[in-house]
Design a binder for this molecule. Structure first.
Ligand SMILES: *Cc1c(COP(=O)(O)O)cnc(C)c1O
Ligand code: SF4
Length: 355
């Protein structure tokens, strides 16, 4: 249970009626919302008014490979009765997930070979990725981490010491990225301890967080999160992960506003996904919606050949065509960089957009 700070209660009682709307007193907190997520095919189909005879077999089959998890605030943005809803497609398992294909593998990014010490993945010179937790607030069917052996990455006190020692001994690292799973699925006490330890390493400049939680459960942007974010000396970047404009609602916009008021730079990364966002109209609308909400587009990831997710795959040719159309529709700053992660490279690799 997250404690509300006295300052926050004062603010609510006194002069900030607009803030009071973010978390009325009878609203459950984020951990409660998370624990009440839909986690079975039956619940998901019933909640969304989809006929079990059409969808149950596929849903149950995919669910056995990678369990369903969808929190209520995300469900509320899905149009009931519409099997083609772009948000639904990201969370509803289908029979194709069980298909085996030789080009679609379980660790397409070869992350297993980049592990520095337990929990620390280092592929690039100036930044290191800290796997805070394997847990996520939502299970996305296309996720390239769906097969990752998270069980091996639970960090104990000794692991934490080793991570800090390793970072302290690497002056070329200036940025630590909280990743996972979803790093914000962990409580703020633990996160603020990490932030404090990292803040004591003089050569670190930035703390970056990659999380889908502020979108999936906007209530995650609570007082205690804002509190430790405001306290760290490190510059803060939050990379949210939105694939479709319908994922952004009023509550998400308020959560983004609170984060930017706390000095957090907000960026977005998406994955190009067939049936979700594979058109320049949708992705242009996404960029516009993000910018209105104070978030800058950062990366558009080309599809990685993850086993079980082939039905989402968009060819590079199509992705390149779509981004070229976006360049015609949008100011340059609203066009995300189309990249792919290739094993062994010193950075993400931009796709050649041609001439
Ligand atoms: C993607 C990634 C980063 C961050 O790369 P940027 O290009 O800085 O966003 C860092 N470490 C690892 C292991 C990554 O996969
Ligand atoms: S790591 Fe990100 S994309 Fe993958 S399931 Fe978790 S929230 Fe979804």
């Amino acid at each position: 249970m997250i404690q509300r700070t006295p300052a926050r209660i004062e603010a609510r009682d006194a002069s900030h009626p607009s803030e009071a709307r973010i978390e009325p007193d009878n609203t459950p907190d984020w951990q409660q919302i998370l624990s009440q997520s839909v986690t079975t095919p039956e619940q998901l189909l019933e909640r969304l008014g989809l006929a079990p005879e059409d969808w149950y077999r596929g849903a149950a089959c995919g669910h056995r490979l990678f369990p369903i998890r969808v929190p209520e605030p995300y469900l509320a943005r899905i149009e009931p009765g519409n099997p083609d809803d772009p948000l639904l497609r990201q969370v509803l398992p289908v029979a194709q997930e069980a298909e085996v294909h030789p080009d679609f593998v379980s660790d397409p990014l070869e992350e297993a070979s980049a592990i520095q010490t337990t929990g620390l993945i280092r592929k690039y010179t100036s930044r290191a990725l800290l796997m805070i937790t394997g847990q996520c607030a939502i299970n996305c069917r296309y996720c390239f981490r769906r097969h990752f052996p998270y069980g091996d990455h639970r960090l104990g006190p000794e692991d934490r010491r080793q991570v800090i020692d390793s970072l302290s001994a690497s002056p070329e690292i200036n940025e630590v990225i909280f990743s996972g799973g979803d790093p914000l699925a962990v409580n703020d006490r633990l996160l603020s301890q990490w932030a404090e330890l990292l803040g004591d390493i003089p050569h670190l400049r930035r703390l970056r967080i990659h999380s889908r939680l502020p979108v999936v459960i906007p209530q995650r942007v609570c007082d205690s999160l804002i509190d430790w974010l405001s306290r760290t000396r490190l510059q803060k970047v939050l990379v949210v992960h939105v694939n479709h404009p319908a994922e952004i609602d009023q509550a998400t916009r308020q959560a983004f506003r609170r984060l930017s008021e706390a000095g957090v730079t907000l960026l977005n990364q998406s994955v190009i996904l067939r049936g979700v966002n594979n058109s320049s109209a949708t992705l242009s609308a996404l960029s516009e919606t993000l910018f209105e909400a104070g978030v800058m587009p950062y990366y558009l990831h080309a599809f990685d050949p993850v086993s079980g997710a082939r039905h989402f795959s968009v060819s590079d040719t199509d992705a390149i065509r779509i981004v070229n159309e976006m360049l015609e529709n949008l100011p340059g700053f609203l066009v995300p960089k189309l990249v792919r992660e290739l094993p062994g490279r010193a950075s993400k690799t931009p796709l050649d957009l041609g001439s």
